[in-house]
Write a protein that binds this ligand. Structure first.
Ligand code: ADP
Ligand code: MG
Length: 243
């Protein structure tokens, strides 16, 4: 694995809150052009894993890197490579899609034009009739599209997604998964955490099981073969919470 294709790397990461270890010796690698799903139940440490990559949770031991940049040494450099889509996307409700992108691109110090913003909104297939509507009236799926359009406009190589399909209906979920496949085809590294086993089986190239803060087992979809969902389910049901 060459350095440049390695988008996310956690090596021996331990994160404890008030003496309680939430992540214990967590190891994971995600390459460009790959979708990785981290499965775990409530409280398993999924969001904490994302927070470690974002530099919000400081490891007590181990190392976290984004595109070869050590998060502990250069958190801003690492974050510049990342787009983070939280479970509930926080955007400006009284602004429309274009205005939200303009605002956040300005914050991110990214140059934009009307055209580049239009391209990003088209890339995520946000219905053009919605572009001039305030986000207050958007569905969760539409908000996520705007959040991902921001990642597209920033041209970041790595996407971190927290429970992206929880609360989406099947049509919105399948549209969302198609969008992830497209971004992967463009060379993005996508790391999503979820408790949705079927969704993970649908979209991921590899699935890791977070068991007591440690990835004890990983499975890969081999050569066009999808996962054996029953086998996934048995493994998933056998995992335990962190603390
Ligand atoms: N900032 C924090 N301070 C203290 N405890 C936390 C903090 N963040 C998470 N935890 C605890 O760590 C455990 C894992 O949380 P989290 O990573 O949010 O789980 P998940 O996203 O898998 O549901 C939980 O027991 C949670 O209460
Ligand atoms: Mg969470």
């Amino acid at each position: 694995m060459t350095h440049s294709t390695l988008a996310l790397e956690a090596v021996g990461v331990t994160v404890a809150y008030g003496g309680n270890p939430v992540l214990r010796d967590l190891n994971v690698q995600v390459r460009r052009g790959e979708i990785y799903a981290l499965l775990g139940g409530n409280g398993a440490g999924k969001s904490t894993t994302l927070n470690a990559f974002l530099g919000f949770a400081r490891p007590d031991a181990g190392k976290v890197a984004v595109c070869g940049i050590d998060v502990g040494a250069d958190v801003l450099g690492a974050r510049a490579q990342l787009a983070y889509v939280p479970e509930n996307v926080a955007l400006y409700e009284h602004l429309d899609a274009r205005e939200n992108l303009e605002y956040f691109l300005r914050l991110a110090n990214t140059a934009w034009t009307d055209e580049s913003i239009g391209e990003a909104l088209r890339a995520v297939r946000l219905d053009e009739s919605a572009w001039k509507r305030r986000l207050g009236g958007y569905s969760k799926g539409m908000r996520q599209k705007v959040a991902i359009a921001l990642a597209v406009a920033r041209a970041v190589p790595v996407l971190l997604l927290d429970e992206p399909t929880s609360g989406l209906d099947p049509k919105a979920t399948s549209e969302f998964n198609a969008l992830l496949h497209k971004l992967r085809g463009d060379g993005a590294a996508i790391f999503m955490v979820t408790h949705d086993l079927l969704g993970a089986a649908d979209v991921a190239d590899r699935i890791g099981f977070l068991d007591r803060g440690h990835i004890g087992h990983e499975v890969a979809a081999g050569g066009g073969e999808r996962f054996d969902v029953r086998d996934l389910y048995r493994r998933y049901a056998g995992t335990r919470e962190a603390a």
